[in-house]
Design a protein around this ligand. Structure first.
Ligand code: ME8
Length: 511
């Protein structure tokens, strides 16, 4: 084992149905979790749902349901979405669970005991949709004269007794945290935004509400429920067994990476480490924030009717195809748009043509010309050595790329090898060698099988099902598919199953 690795997704609000944005973060985190497992790490991968707060309470009321029954239903739907997206979570946390209530009460008490909480009065703007407080100067005025949050969410004036967290006292400590580890927040552009926000001065944060009930009660002050973000962020330690620091899961804390959208970076990079430091707990190692998906260039919204349901997308294009597209199409940190045309092009050109045909051509030549047995290695030509070297460099290259969450570059590294292998097969023309030089033909096909094995092995985290099938066809045993297993050559002469296409072309349905 290579040590522990703990990765999380945001816990999603259960106010509405899951959409492709939620699926994206979860799939990206899943790729990372699967990659670390492949690389021999003891991985803990957490996802789940955020079920308290005014926004969820309101959604339950609109649905005419009791909040608990409502959250049970929507949380189950998010869980189903994660399963259907191939998200290999180890635990699925819900903030209405007892373990979480216990954990939040303890976190509150520790922060309180350190002198970081005081009772006061909150008066200011609140956006229920963002579950966030805003200063007057952050707001914009809409054409109808009403005020809106920077996210566009409507705001309301709130005045109520509230407990406050002394966030202002943590400014220097936070700045030191960001300076000591420049990779604490990724990507760098967003790190700079956080830095300037914190340098601009931090106000104390209202961390309890008295105007509604759907939350975790504040210990010793039952009129107050905890601010939903304090409750929500704490899920990451609850799942590790907090407050039981002897729990076996506690070995995973601090988290190695919290994957979040750019919309919630501030909560994770500023409030969360401050809460933890105030409670005397270690802070996470990395907050990795990603950019936004639009659909055919438009913001996804219910009113535009263009919200993409991830399960439907998968039904149309295939799960591995969607997973591949999401990680290939845009840099993790940047924004991107989903379009039918871009999806079809990636599926047909990169998956079906480049990789699918390479495997199909190589494996069917082995099936036809080598009796369906894996040929042994032959004398090595320069071309063989060049291609093999490129393939063998992939695990190391991907390790570096994924350590910085540049998934699209990792996939480009793999496709360089795929393209080189296609050029190799065209140039070597093993089909023509069958009569002229069968020994060389066998050597060429073995090079291709070895290269495909590396490609399929490193791509498993991205496309688990199809790469599993490709490894089946290469005769790679189920228990020999980790990166470390690449060191042992495949057995000469092993009988390979009949080759079958892994990536069908996408064909437009008849109008
Ligand atoms: O914020 N493009 O939950 P949430 C990319 N409960 N990602 C998107 C997206 C889009 N268009 N839309 C949503 C919350 N996301 C809190 C989190 S964590 C302790 C609490 C993804 O249901 C992205 O990851 O509003 C974003 O950060 C998250 O969904 C917001 O989910």
């Amino acid at each position: 084992m290579n040590g522990c690795y703990y990765i999380t997704t945001p816990i999603y609000y259960v106010n509405g149905a899951p959409h492709i944005g939620h699926a994206y973060t979860s799939i990206a985190a899943d790729v990372m979790a699967r990659w670390k497992r492949l690389d021999g790490f003891d991985v803990f991968f957490l996802t789940g749902t955020d079920e308290h707060g005014q926004k969820v309470e309101k959604a339950a009321a609109e649905a005419g349901m009791d909040p608990q029954a409502f959250t049970d239903k929507v949380s189950a739907d998010f869980r189903d979405m994660a399963v259907k997206m191939g998200v290999s979570f180890d635990d699925y946390i819900r903030t209405t669970e007892d373990r979480h209530k216990v954990s939040c009460a303890e976190l509150w008490q520790r922060i309180d005991a350190s002198g970081n909480i005081y009772l006061g009065h909150y008066e200011g703007w609140y956006a229920v949709r963002d579950e966030a407080f805003y200063d007057e100067d952050e707001l914009t005025t809409r054409p109808d004269g009403s005020k809106a949050a920077p996210s566009g969410a409507p705001v309301e004036w709130v005045r109520e007794p509230s407990y406050f967290f002394r966030l202002s006292a943590w400014q220097d400590t936070l700045l030191k945290l960001y300076e000591d580890d420049p990779d604490f927040i990724l990507p760098a552009g967003r790190r700079n935004e956080v830095l300037s926000f914190v340098r601009g001065g931090l106000r104390d944060l209202s961390i309890s509400r008295t105007s509604f009930r759907w939350g975790i009660p504040v210990p010793g002050a039952p009129d107050h429920v905890m601010y939903v973000w304090l409750d929500a962020l704490n899920n990451y330690v609850t799942a590790c067994g907090f407050p039981d620091e002897t729990a076996s899961r506690w070995r995973y804390w601090p988290a190695d990476a919290h994957f979040v959208g750019k919309d919630i970076l501030r909560f994770h990079a500023v409030y969360w480490p401050a809460f933890l430091m105030a409670a005397g707990l270690p802070v996470p190692r990395r907050i990795s924030s990603h950019g936004w998906w639009t659909v055919e260039g438009e913001k996804m919204s219910k009113s535009l009717g263009n919200v993409i349901e991830p399960r439907q997308l998968v039904a149309t294009y295939g799960l591995d195809q969607v997973r591949y597209f999401l990680l290939r199409e845009k840099p993790f940190g940047g924004d991107g748009t989903m379009s039918h045309q871009a999806l079809v092009t990636r599926i047909n050109v990169e998956l079906a043509n480049d990789l699918g045909n390479l495997a199909q051509r190589s494996l069917s030549l082995i099936a036809r010309n080598c009796d369906g047995r894996l040929p042994g290695r032959g004398p090595v030509s320069d071309a063989d050595a060049d291609l093999t070297r490129m393939a063998e460099a992939l695990p190391g290259a991907l390790r570096e790329r994924l350590a910085r969450q540049v998934f699209h570059e990792a996939l480009e590294d793999v496709w360089k090898v795929v393209r080189a292998a296609n050029a190799y097969i065209d140039h070597q023309a093993p089909w023509a060698l069958r009569r002229t030089d069968p020994v060389r033909m066998a050597a060429v096909l073995r090079v291709l099988a070895d290269v495909l094995r590396v490609i399929a092995t490193v791509l498993q985290p991205f496309m688990p099902e199809s790469m599993g099938r490709m490894l089946d066809q290469l005769g790679v045993a189920n228990n020999a598919r980790q990166l470390a297993d690449l060191a042992a050559p495949l057995a000469d002469g092993s009988v390979l199953p009949a080759p079958q296409g892994v990536f069908p072309r996408y064909v437009e349905p008849a109008a």
